[in-house]
Design a binder for this molecule. Structure first.
Ligand code: GLU
Length: 293
């Protein structure tokens, strides 16, 4: 049997421009894919219009290009996949693998913050509210290729989590898994903010009877402990016209040797690919920026 080729991806949400924190995930996933002679895909996760900023998706793509982070195949947009998400939800509902839930945030808080499946036990057929998956797999751990064995709280693992929101928007967990399947992703490389989400995603891969990809989480850049670097908390801006310095700064965060400055960034990236060493990427889940500058 032919061993499938490596397919990696970078999946930004267009909620603002690409900043230094997101550059780490972009560059890290690119270097990992290219050092495996793999494909590196870009997917715009634009399924949450209230959080989107007009022009951000194009801005992110232009920044990636100016950093020499050229993607393979064409850019994939989640906003073009809504029919597929709905069809999958209908299948799950028809097979009683998902159910509608009318519980409010307040009620869920009163349950201790994790949902107790009460709407799933009722016989009355509702057809409005959020949609939750009947969580049968209940994964509570996984092996991360960089962070090692990751375990999550047992109650969290058991939760029937949301796959369509009350406001009618498709949930990240559903879309990300369906699209990683659709794009044939073999390894998910991203920041540690999504570490615990991974067990939800394993539940869905299993439910859909699809092979689970490998997982590799990179340290997350934080403004302060527990607070992801974002444009709201002064992520250093990255300059589309002078990417050289930011590339070396990002390589430093990723524990990689610096590359020679060159007017052509693709030359710098070729060197970074050749030198890429996963073993020297820091193992901590968070890096507070002040300690790196
Ligand atoms: N769209 C997510 C984000 O920007 C990333 C999703 C993923 O890599 O799985 O945080």
């Amino acid at each position: 049997m032919q061993v499938p080729a490596y397919i990696g991806r970078f999946a930004p949400s267009p909620s603002g421009p690409l900043h230094f924190g997101s550059l780490i995930a972009a560059l890290g996933s690119f270097l990992r894919a290219k050092s495996q002679q793999g494909k590196w895909l870009v997917r715009i996760e634009d399924i949450d219009p209230p959080r989107e900023v007009a022009g951000a998706a194009d801005g992110i793509l232009r920044t990636l290009e100016s950093y020499g982070l050229h993607w393979d195949d064409s850019v994939f947009y989640q906003s073009l996949r809504l029919d597929a998400y709905q069809q999958q939800l209908d299948v799950l509902l028809n097979h009683d693998l998902a159910y509608y839930c009318q519980c409010t945030r307040k009620q869920i808080q009163a349950m201790g913050g994790l949902y107790d499946s009460r709407c799933g036990q009722r016989n009355t057929a509702h057809s409005h509210g959020a949609i939750r998956v009947r969580n049968q797999t209940q994964s509570d751990h996984f092996y991360d290729r960089h962070m090692g064995m990751i375990r999550v709280d047992n109650h969290f693992a058991k939760e029937d989590f949301i796959i369509k929101r009350r406001d009618g928007l498709y949930a990240y967990q559903l879309a990300v898994v369906m699209d990683d399947i659709e794009q044939g992703v073999t390894e998910v490389v991203r920041g540690c903010d999504l570490l615990t989400s991974t067990v939800r995603q394993i539940d869905l891969f299993t439910l859909f009877d699809k092979p689970v990809p490998n997982w590799l989480h990179l340290p997350l850049l934080c403004a302060e402990p527990g607070r992801k670097l974002s444009k709201q908390n002064h992520a250093p801006a990255i300059d589309n016209h002078a990417p050289q310095a930011s590339i070396n700064a990002a390589l430093q965060v990723l524990g990689q040797s610096p590359v020679e400055t060159h007017s052509d960034v693709t030359v710098m990236l070729q060197q970074a690919i050749a030198q890429f060493n996963l073993a020297t990427v820091p193992k901590q889940q968070e890096i507070v920026l002040a300690t790196t500058t």
